[in-house]
Design a binder for this molecule. Sequence first.
Ligand SMILES: NC(=O)c1ccc[n+]([C@@H]2O[C@H](COP(=O)([O-])OP(=O)(O)OC[C@H]3O[C@@H](n4cnc5c(N)ncnc54)[C@H](OP(=O)(O)O)[C@@H]3O)[C@@H](O)[C@H]2O)c1
Length: 278
Amino acid sequence: MRISHRTPEGNEAYPHEIPQFGLGVFLMSEGGECKSSVLNALDAGYTHIDTARVYANESEVGQAIKESGVNRDSVFITTKLRRGHATGYEDTLEHCKKSLELLDMEYIDLYLVHAPPEDPEHRMPVWKAMEHCLEQGWVKAIGVSNYGAAHLEAMKDYASYMPCVNQVEFNPWLQRPQLKQAIEDAGAKVMAYSPLARGHKVDDPQLAEIAQRLGCTPAQVAIKFCYDQGCITIPKSSNPERIIENLASLEVDISEEMDAILALEENYVSGWDPTTEP
Ligand SMILES: NC(=O)c1ccc[n+]([C@@H]2O[C@H](COP(=O)([O-])OP(=O)(O)OC[C@H]3O[C@@H](n4cnc5c(N)ncnc54)[C@H](OP(=O)(O)O)[C@@H]3O)[C@@H](O)[C@H]2O)c1
């Protein structure tokens, strides 16, 4: 999938190709867990890893990429500026360089502001620094995470490059049509995190029925739903079989059950939701 940044003149800047499916590595904090999961995922055919400074595993992601022997150019690495680090221009530059060092890479494919900086005064300088990281080539693309429509709207006053993605919770139980529209109107793609609602919903009886009718697993229905809605989709698993099962979602045709999946909507937030903060 192609991502790019809209300029105030309405042009596209810094286009980049992103694999629409990847492995999330949140809550892989046991030593070695992230590294072995990334190695299993690469072996299964994954080409995109979504990490963050706050996950404390960027170095394991970097080690796995090296050990796997894959070319740096054939994998896509997303990481994020920790919210507590999003406190100003210089801090942002410093933390981008630190992530490069931890990953032991020459560039990051996609660098995200993990959530709107808590102090609204910090939002502009943090984004200006993100733009600097882009112009320097330290990162190939920049975006945001957990930004609501109002946060995106405010960016139009100061961004030379609008974000190319907004990573937000998105799944059959939280479909966010208005937020999705606002993201697309800003020229960005939705990146769906927690496509399984952090595992809270994989045992949902209605989901199980849909999966049974389709002849696939419940997790595959939820993952393919996010994907078919046009979202970049990044389920997490540390389990080698589930890593393969989740990638195989892409082969499943869910179109006949779309109405039943759409009816699962219940505005369920599985973790946090800074999109509604002021
Ligand atoms: N930007 C943000 O604020 C933010 C917030 C949350 C997440 N994220 C990103 O999005 C990624 C995914 O979200 P998430 O980790 O919150 O949750 P998720 O992907 O919705 O769910 C992960 C949970 O589901 C289980 N699971 C995975 N595949 C399964 C399958 N096929 N069948 C049954 N259970 C399965 C996992 O257990 P096993 O590991 O044991 O398989 C884990 O407990 C994260 O890793 C992270 O990269 C970003």
